[in-house]
Design a protein. Structure first.
Length: 331
């Protein structure tokens, strides 16, 4: 009977034995498979976060536009205050139901996140103010320029260089918006200024979200909680200091069921949109969040032209917005 060599004794006989040996030895093939699975899971998570953010953003723009234009409720500070109160209420309810766990308020954390709170407040206020002074197609076209500001901010603050393809796509968006400008018959200098300011603040807030995520142990819900708590006293002060609350009390549709339902739905949507913004930015990147927001504007622009009908047709506007949309799709 032939004698087995020491080499044969250590040789695995079955596929199961071979797999067990690979696991025990930390085989590079298994490590590679595990890494690929992790990458795919991360990509899927990022994709779903972007889809969630984009979808909720579409309906949010329309309900805000309906409140500001259809009902002629021009009190953006009050809308912001109601949205903040609604967000805090929903977060506390979810915390009490053990759906989420909110962090304990901490002075050091509040100090670090305060700049984000200021940007968050300005972002909401400028966005609502811009919507009341400009039509939806042009609003969405100008908002695409946010990507340009983010590229600059990422390079300056995060030391991140954008790819050539990214620069090309952003250039296409800017070129299309420039053409659309010549077809905007409802031009409003104040509206344009507010949207561009909104873009700068949005870029700053997205960059700071990424920075805060790296320096603080806060999930998206925790960031929302701090932001809304810190914003509440400032917005309340503005509403009462300006006397806006007196005009709100005299608003003719204040007790209209349709108006109240629209306002309530808008507040719920803003809550989920803010969550989607934080989630998409922390999972992906500030630029991805911005361009995702621009891709959803393909539908927003089309529906805006049909639903609100406050935009006369113009070839410059149509061609310019189409080119801008192609730039978003190319990204």
């Amino acid at each position: 009977m032939p004698r087995e060599s020491s080499h044969d004794l250590h040789q695995p006989d079955t596929v199961v034995d071979q797999l067990s040996l690979k696991v025990h030895q930390g085989h590079p093939d298994l490590k590679s498979d595990k890494y690929e699975a992790k990458e795919k899971n991360s990509a899927l998570k990022g994709f779903l976060a972007a889809i969630f953010y984009g979808s909720i953003s579409i309906s949010c723009v329309f309900f805000n536009k309906a409140i500001l234009s259809v009902y002629n409720f021009k009190f953006s500070n009050t809308i912001t205050l109601i949205q903040i109160i609604t967000s805090i209420f929903l977060l506390l309810v979810m915390h009490c139901l053990n759906i989420i766990t909110l962090p304990k308020l901490n002075a050091n954390t509040a100090k670090k996140i305060f700049p984000l709170t200021v940007l968050f407040f300005l972002n909401v206020l400028l966005g609502l103010s811009a919507l009341s002074n400009i039509n939806i197609p042009m609003f969405t076209g100008l908002r695409r320029l946010t990507a340009f500001f983010i590229i600059g901010a990422e390079y300056i603050f995060l030391k991140k260089k954008s790819s050539v393809q990214t620069l090309i796509s952003v250039s296409i968006m800017m070129f299309g918006t420039g053409i659309a400008f010549f077809g905007d018959h409802n031009f409003s200098l104040l509206g344009y200024f507010l949207v561009i300011s909104n873009n700068v603040v949005t870029a700053g807030s997205l960059i700071y979200i990424k920075h805060t995520k790296q320096s603080l142990d806060l999930d998206p819900m925790g960031m929302m909680y701090y932001n809304n708590i810190l914003s509440l006293p400032f917005v309340t002060l503005i509403v009462f200091w300006t006397g806006e609350y007196l005009d709100v009390l005299e608003f003719p549709d204040l007790y209209s069921t349709n108006f109240q339902v629209s306002l309530f739905i808008s507040c719920i949507q803003v809550f989920f949109m803010n969550y989607g913004t934080y989630l998409c930015t922390t999972v992906n990147s500030p630029l991805t969040t911005s361009v995702t927001g621009q891709l959803k504007n393909v539908l927003t622009t089309a529906f805006g032209l049909v639903v609100f009908k406050d935009v006369p047709f113009d070839w410059f506007l149509a061609i310019g917005l189409s080119i801008s949309i192609l730039g978003s799709v190319y990204y």
